[in-house]
Design a protein around this ligand. Structure first.
Ligand code: ADP
Ligand code: ASP
Ligand code: MG
Length: 488
């Protein structure tokens, strides 16, 4: 579609009536110039509330369930009262009530069975996005803007991996054209739920936590959009998580590959899979602040002429290191590693870092904490005989670890860079446990002690000369000899 702009609003950008109004205004302004499709997240904290309610239901905790349901109702009803003119409220309240009743039926079923089937979780958790899409579209209609809430079940076709589904782009393209194109053709703004989709036979799925970014890129790719704008609560993609590094700076431009590496290594500002659907068509993406829309934000582009080197640091705290070691030299360590990797892949666990030692034939994998149990169970069953006979030492798990990743195109051209990163980490007395450099040479990943992670991030950020620089002190020239940054 020619000139289409897809805009995605995250949880804080639709977190209250006031924020919904501000976000809707941004969409309407752009829709005067070109067709706009909107993708919305659930209101901030609602997804956690929904998941918590379903956990209460599984545990048979009726009190917890009821109190969460009351909070869910109250937040959306209050937003509705604050957002809509009086005369439109009764009808909207009924629609909100019907959606929350739907959720209540799902949690009641879970409470009865003391079970939380992944398929029902996906159906239930999508309620957050359905509620926010409803509210934003009702607001636009009240303002006289043609808009329609669209459940992404009708648009995004996925595989059946509940909780972490992947899109099937061809059927999605057909559905997106059929469902959304007529709306766009008549000048309406579709308000599409982020985060969810459905299998080809109609079973509800979700795309993983933070997946609304991914939804927006799926919709943008399916409709051949001209641009995708991702509205969030910071000024763009920054040289580090601003919650950890106070002088982190906003980047004007970053490549798809750099942004994807940052996201995969823990930068929450973008869902890791967001850029994949866009790469083929090279659809440009902007990360922008809906609280400060006048700021330019960060442009994510296929390639850049910027000088190579470390451009940003990402980190991940919720990870665990799983180590295996043959008990004797007779055991083929390479084979044990291959079998282990296969077992982990079969359990649908993502390996973030692999490191091995050829002398002791030991090896370790870094995985996300929430995938740890699955990884260990799968390893124990695949290697049951070797473990029982003592050919392999017992699997060891270290939870006190964190991952730091220094990311930037063209790092291979910077001799001594890795050494400087390791020295900076050691200088702040943080232990390095494992090191990996991706074959793309876009990332140097370092596993460190969890309690030293934040310190290590700040040290690497500073060592690489990233961040807003303080105003230069006025000294006679020649007295200051700054350390070279990682891009110099
Ligand atoms: P949304 O709800 O809009 O999707 P998220 O909370 O998922 O927003 O992502 C935005 C948050 O990501 C920011 O508030 C910031 O704390 C965090 N973040 C982590 N790393 C970075 C980074 N490198 N650049 C910008 N923000 C980052
Ligand atoms: N609401 C979902 C979540 O919190 C998806 C998103 O916000 O992107 O994970
Ligand atoms: Mg997000």
């Amino acid at each position: 579609m020619n000139g289409l702009l897809v805009m995605k609003f995250g949880g804080t950008s639709v977190g209250s009536a006031e924020r919904m109004r501000a976000s809707a205004r941004l969409a309407v302004e752009e829709s005067r110039k070109r067709p706009v499709a909107v993708v919305v997240s659930a209101m901030s904290k609602i997804t956690d509330l929904l998941l918590g309610t379903m956990r209460h239901a599984e545990a048979g905790d009726r009190t917890g369930m009821e109190s969460n349901l009351a909070a869910l109702r109250e937040r959306h009803q209050q937003t509705c009262r604050d957002l809509l003119p009086h005369e439109r409220q009764p009808e909207a309240m009924k629609k909100i009530g019907r959606l929350i009743d739907e959720f209540e039926r799902i949690v009641n079923g879970m409470a009865m069975l003391n079970e939380r089937p992944p398929r029902s979780v996906d159906e239930g958790v999508a309620l957050g996005e359905r509620l926010s899409a409803l509210l934003v579209s009702e607001h636009l209609l009240a303002e006289g803007v043609d808009a329609e809430a669209v459940n992404a079940w009708e648009v995004v076709v996925t595989d059946a991996v509940f909780g972490n589904a992947s899109p099937l782009m061809e059927p999605t393209r057909v559905k997106a054209q059929t469902r959304l194109q007529p709306l766009l053709d008549r000048g309406a703004i579709p308000i599409i739920t982020g985060f969810n989709g459905a299998t080809a036979d109609g079973r509800p799925t979700t795309l993983g936590r933070g997946g609304s970014d991914f939804s927006a890129s799926i919709v943008a790719a399916a409709l051949d959009a001209a641009e995708l704008w991702i509205w969030t609560d910071v000024d763009g993609i920054m040289s580090a998580d601003p919650r950890l590094v106070h002088d982190a700076e906003v980047m004007d431009e970053i490549t798809y590959a750099e942004a994807a590496e940052l996201a995969y290594n823990g930068a929450k500002v973008l869902h890791p899979r967001t850029l994949a659907p866009l790469a083929e068509k090279k659809i440009p993406v902007w990360s922008k602040n809906s609280f400060a829309p006048e700021k330019p934000g960060t442009k994510i582009v296929p390639s850049t002429k910027a000088e190579g080197g470390v451009r940003a640091v990402a980190s991940m705290g919720n990870v665990a290191l799983v180590s295996l070691e043959p008990a004797s030299a007779e055991v083929n360590g390479t084979l044990a590693m291959a079998r282990s990797l296969e077992a982990i892949a079969r359990a649908d666990v993502e390996v973030l870092v692999v490191s091995s030692s050829s002398y002791r034939q030991s090896f370790c994998f870094l995985v996300r904490s929430e995938e740890l149990d699955r990884a260990v169970q799968s390893l124990e069953s695949a290697l049951a005989l070797e473990l029982a006979h003592g050919y392999l030492r017992p699997i060891s798990v270290d939870n006190n670890v964190g991952l730091l990743a220094a990311v930037g195109e063209g790092m291979q051209g910077k001799p001594g860079l890795a050494g400087r990163i390791f020295t900076a980490i050691s200088r702040v007395q943080v232990n390095i446990i494992a090191i990996a450099q991706g074959s793309s040479e876009l990332t140097i990943a370092v596993v460190v002690r969890r309690d030293g992670l934040e310190k290590a991030v700040r040290a690497v950020h500073a060592e690489c000369g990233l961040g807003r620089r303080p105003p230069a002190p006025v000294f006679p020239s020649g007295l200051l000899t700054p350390r070279p940054g990682c891009r110099e």
